[in-house]
Each structure stands twice: as C-alpha cells, then as structure tokens.
Design a binder for this molecule. Structure first.
Ligand SMILES: NC(=O)c1ccc[n+]([C@@H]2O[C@H](COP(=O)([O-])OP(=O)(O)OC[C@H]3O[C@@H](n4cnc5c(N)ncnc54)[C@H](OP(=O)(O)O)[C@@H]3O)[C@@H](O)[C@H]2O)c1
Length: 196
C-alpha cells in the first residue's frame, strides 16, 4: 500500500518504520518544509519520503494522522477526499472531548473514510508490534482496510464498533494505554462499554 504519515514526532516515525518494514511505500510530513524533517526521517525511518503534507497525501491509499489534536484544524480537508484516514490522535484533557476525536475528524474531513486506531498504544509499545491487540473503530469497509494494514505491521486488529465507539480507545477509557494480547483487550473492551 501507499501510506502517508502526517506527523514526524514520536508516533509518526514509528508507524512509518513499521510500514516500511512491512513493504509499504511511505511518505511522511511535518507541518512545514520537508527539509526540516529530512534528517529525522533519514535516521528514524530511512526509506520514507519527506514531502509537504498535501503532496505526501496526494497519492496515498491510507493516511495516518499522527499530529497533536490542537493542530488538526490546520489541515486542509479537501486533500483527504476519498482516502482511508487513520485518526491516531488523542484529545487532552479527555474530559473536554467526551465523545472522542474521530467524529469531529469525520465531520471535518467530508469524503474521507475515517477510522480510529493506534491512538491507545504508546509509541514505545508499538515496535515491535508483537501481535498486540490494536483496537479499530469505524465504518466496516474502512475498518477492513485498516485492519489489513495493522496486521501487516504485526498487530492483531480488534474491531470495537463504529466510529462512535472510538471514544472507548481514548484517554479516560480502560483501553487507553493498553498494550496487550487479544483476550485481555476484549475483556477491557467489554468493561469500557459497560462503563459508558
Ligand atoms: N506519544 C504517544 O505515545 C502517542 C501514542 C498514540 C497516539 N498519540 C497521539 O498521536 C499524535 C501525535 O503524538 P506525538 O507524541 O507523536 O506528537 P509530537 O511528538 O508532538 O509530534 C507531532 C508531529 O506533528 C507534526 N505536525 C503538527 N501539525 C502538522 C500538520 N498540520 N501537518 C503535518 N504534521 C504536523 C509536528 O510537526 P512540526 O514539528 O512541524 O510542528 C510533529 O512532527 C497526538 O495526537 C497524540 O495524542 C501519541
């Protein structure tokens, strides 16, 4: 697949590296001139191509949003038209976003297929993925694409429901921060849903 990673901080390069190791083609962007992230990318995710965000996304099959939530409004919605978009963002503090971020993301990125995933796993726990459960919330078709992507990275994707269920993966939920195998993850998913 052609993967675009927006964000070259903690999470972005790890996702890029995993995707490259899985044989995907990867573009990556920060908020500005790609020259600013060229050295980081060369060091942390060699083989990923640093580009301006719009160029990174243009040709991608799947886009991972790994930027701070408060920077999301700076993204131009039109460039995500028709794309599968993984929202890996978290809102801090959680109390200010009781429904989670992904419904807001989908409302703004009209025409994109938004899926919540990868946000509940700390970047230090992403590599190696080691078969850890990765919760996925969103519409079934897009979830299937993201699940295949996550499986290729070495995760065990676990659908938790539609996009509204994405809040169960966010800060404040028992699932947040969980880097576990499927049985523990499924038990915690039940608990998260009972509590809400
Ligand atoms: N840290 C974790 O363990 C973890 C785990 C799962 C999910 N998350 C979530 O993932 C997101 C990123 O976390 P992080 O820890 O990687 O953050 P971070 O280290 O602060 O990195 C953020 C990156 O986003 C880039 N960025 C900001 N605005 C952008 C834009 N408009 N277009 C493209 N890139 C942009 C920044 O580039 P500039 O330097 O150019 O501004 C920077 O490279 C957050 O929403 C966080 O809640 C974090």
């Amino acid at each position: 697949m052609k993967i675009a990673v927006l964000g070259a901080g903690h999470v972005g390069p790890v996702v890029a590296r995993l995707a490259l190791a899985a044989g995907h083609r990867v573009t990556i962007a920060g908020s500005g001139d790609p020259a600013r992230i060229a050295m980081i990318v060369d060091f942390l995710a060699p083989g990923a191509v640093p580009l301006p965000a719009a160029d990174a996304v243009a040709d991608a099959d799947l886009v991972v949003l790994a930027i701070p939530w408060h920077r999301f409004p700076a993204l131009e919605p039109g460039m995500f038209e028709g794309k599968v978009v993984v929202d890996a963002m978290n809102h801090w503090p959680p109390a200010e976003a009781p429904l989670g971020t992904s419904e807001d993301v989908a409302a703004r990125l009209v025409g994109a297929h938004v899926v919540k995933a990868l946000n509940h796993i700390a970047y230090q726990d992403m590599e190696p993925a080691g078969g850890r459960a990765a919760g996925v919330a969103g519409p079934a078709d897009a979830v299937a694409v993201v699940a295949e992507f996550l499986r290729s990275l070495g995760f065990d994707p676990v659908p938790v429901g539609p996009l509204t269920a994405g809040r169960h993966l966010e800060p404040g939920s028992p699932l947040f921060g969980v880097a576990a195998g499927r049985p523990e993850f499924e038990n915690l998913t039940k608990l998260a849903k009972e509590r809400s």
